[in-house]
Structure formats: structure tokens, C-alpha cells
Design a protein around this ligand. Sequence first.
Ligand code: ME8
Length: 514
Amino acid sequence: MSERAAIYLTTPIYYVNDVPHIGHAYTTLAVDMLARFHRLDGRPVKFLTGTDEHGQKVEKAAAQRGLAPLAFCDEVSQAFRDLCPAMNYSNDDFIRTTEARHVHACQALWQRLVEKDQIYLGAYKGWYSVRDETYFAEDELVDGKAPTGAPVEWVEEPSYFFRLSQWGDRLLQWYEDNPECVAPRSRRNEVISFVKRGLQDLSVSRTTFRWGIPVPGDPAHVMYVWVDALTNYLSAVGYPDESTDAYQLFWPASLHMVGKDILRFHAIIWPAMLMAADLPPPQRVFAHGWWTNEGKKISKSLGNTIDPLKLIDTYGLDPVRYFLLREVPFGDDGDFSHAQMVRRINADLANDLGNLAQRSLSMIAKNCGGVVPTPGPFTATDQALLESAYGVLGTMREHLAQQSFHRALEAVWDVISAANRYVDEQAPWSLRKTDPPRMATVLYVLAEVVRCAAVLVQPVMPDSATKLLRQLGLDAPQQFDCLSAAAALVPATPLPAPQGVFPRWVEPATPATS
Ligand code: ME8
């Protein structure tokens, strides 16, 4: 990501024709982990999410419900807004494309593109799929339908066009000069091949429906929903007023996090529009993979969408957050399965981290008078474990700069595993009789590693981390600059009674069948 201090992170803005499901929750969660990580690392962060509310689909869905489009949007947008506290997202802003600040920004950007002769009036003819909000050429149709299976209708309408065809070379230069601007690598290559095949001008207005942002000076047209939607990233930093603190600090965006379905819009159309308007393009676009449910594609029609609220109800919020970011190499497709979820809860959370904390803190409560033990001199083994706990932050930074959430978490768990091996090797329960001062040192080292682990898991499991930190007599949140010997636990600090933070998953008993 960027070298500058401030970080601007965005999610896609979600369509209001669907209720939030695991896929939406996943993208926003990934951004939440990054936002929390960078804030704890001392950087100013803006984390934006929101809803995409214009377009023919919304107009039709509202009409079917007998509602005015805005009333319909208010209702569905609220479901996405409610997901934020439910998932414990730390977003700084929530944008709706029906807000005045957004309409203003879209019209200003349009105007600027017109002034730069980047938008012209033409006519559009083609097969249009309402469901995909996309036109298809005759040879793209499959059995008379869109490649997605959606029905298409023949549409002829006057339309404004954006001169996308002029921007191919500039885009290719941009990808070359900025090897990190589109990720992961395989998707970057797909984007480059697509651009190399040649770009066509893009139809950017519609006259066949009304629910959209009016084109300045020609209100018979509303803006094509993608031009409207992409501009949200600028609206939220105060565009067109480029003098605001928000704009100065946060534009260009550090990272647009998207699913692989909408990469082309973000890695081709959006940077081209920005370049055409003489505005800097985003620093990075990352396209993550797709979740399936027990091996099957998730779709409304299959009735197998996964409701994040139900997952939280079943497994608990922090286990769900941990699972989603740990289970699948970020960027790849992933499968949600109950068995894998339970494996992560029991192995990683209850056994590895939970047990380490519980064992260490219970021994301290029983054998050290319920205060942070006073260590003697550290052995080379003690020192090595402590150094590795302090050093994970650097490794996490490197992995998260690549959005490798799974690797960042793996790095923390490497230290947790090392600490569990250390407990077994040092056997503090035997030292209690043979060498109490050494026992105190070992338990101190363990408490200190638990402190580091708790600090480092704050971005992924904020509530559980807070509970762990409180058991160590510390407040939460703890900034990452506490990850050093200089901020180590203070001997003799009284500790509250230890409590388990990560319960094991026990399969509910199924009634015996006769
Ligand atoms: O495309 N697995 O909105 P949308 C993983 N409004 N992620 C998934 C997913 C799945 N099965 N299903 C959805 C739009 N997503 C436009 C965006 S942005 C300027 C406009 C996530 O409601 C993923 O991030 O269809 C995907 O890109 C996004 O939801 C699509 O959300």
C-alpha cells in the first residue's frame, strides 16, 4: 500500500436489491481488519462503506413493493448499515448514492469530463440485461440470453459516451509503472490482457428509466449506474472541493477492496475516468475470491445464501471474524463449511490461544498470588520467545501490505504455538516445587507473550482481545507501539480472576433416533 501516513480504504457500495449476505460481510470485514490494524499502528485512517441505490433494478424492485424508490432504498440500505455494529465494523463513514453530497460530486465529475471533451452524445443500440446492468453484443449472447443467463432486451437509445477507447495506452503504462496497483497478480494479468485487446467507448447515460442522477444540462438522461457508483469514493472525501482536509489527506484512495466480479470496473473504467478528469487514480485495487456454501455457488435462487447474523448467533462474532480471514488464502475462492468452522474454533481459538492464556493465567492466579510475577534473569530460550512475540508486528505489516490476512494471522499463531511448546518444555507446574523463582520467570514470559498475542489479534477479534487484555490488568485498545520490552507487564500488578475467552464448540446433542 502507500508510503504516506494516511490510509483511505474502501469497500464496494452494495446494491440495495439484496439483503446482506456472507459475501458482503466478508469484503467489509477484510477492510475492517486493515483499518483497525493501521489505526493501532498509529496511522490516520478513513474506512468507507455504503450502498449503491440507483438503477433500473432498484426502480423495478421498489415498484413491485408499491414503494417510492427512495423509501425502498431507505429500508434496504438500513440492513447494510445495521450489519456494521453486528459485525463490529469500525467504518468512519457510510455513503449512500442518494445523498446530496454524492449527487453533487457525480455531477461535478461529469462536468469536468465534458469540459475535457471526454464525454460526447451518441446513440446506443444493443442487447441490454437489466439484471447485469450491462449491454451485450449479439455474439456474446448464449441461447438468446446474457452469458449470466439473465434475459436481455433490445434497446436503442441516445446515450452519452465516455472516451474510454483513448485510455488504453495510459492504463497499460499505469499498470507497468505501478506493479502493485492491481492485485492479486493473476487478476492483474487478466486486466492487462483485457486492455491490450482494445477498449471501446463506454455508454454512460440512460434515457429508459428515471431513477438515477440527472446528467447536468440534459435531464432526459440519468447517469449509467457504474459511473454514479464509482464516484462514491470521491464524494466521501468532499470532492469537488479538493481543498478539504479529507481530500488532501485521503485522495487518492490507498485501497479499493472488491470482489473479483467487479474488478474490471475498478481497475479499468475507474482509473481511466480519473485520469481523464486529471485526478490521481487509486493506489491499489485488490480483487478477492468468491465464497461458496458447502461446495455450492451461493445464490438467491438456490436459497443457500448465508446470513452473517445467523452465523454470529451460532458461532459467536469473533470466531466468525477469525474464520473468514484465516480459513482461505485471501484472493482465492473459499468454501464455507460447518466442519471447517468448528475445526478453527476448537483448534486455533480454544486449544492454541485460549489454552495458552487460560493455562498461564490460572497458574499465575494459583501460584503467584494473583499478581504479575516478578521474573528473574531471562534465559536465551525466554529471550528468543519474547523477541519473536515482539517481532510478529513486522511480519504482519508485510503480509497485510499484500492483503495476506491468512499469513498475517498464521504469523501470530506461530508464536502462540511456540509458547505452547515452551510451556510443555519448561513445565512450570514442576518448577513450583523445585525452583519457584524460575517458575515465576516462566510464567512472566508466558503472560508477556499472551499480552503480545492479545494486542496483535485486536484487529481481527476486538472483543476477545479486550477481554484478554483486561485479564492482564490492561486497558483496551492497546496501540502497537506497546509491542516491546519497554512496555512489558509490570511485576506485582494485581490481576483479575482468569476466565476462559474462547469456549470449545460442542456439537449440540441430536435426539436419539429409535
Ligand atoms: O457489485 N463471495 O454490488 P453488490 C465473496 N453495487 N464476496 C461476495 C460474494 C461472494 N459469494 N457475493 C458478493 C455491486 N460479494 C456494485 C458495486 S462499487 C463502486 C459498486 C461481495 O451488492 C464482493 O465484494 O453486487 C462483491 O464485489 C460485492 O459483494 C458485490 O456487491
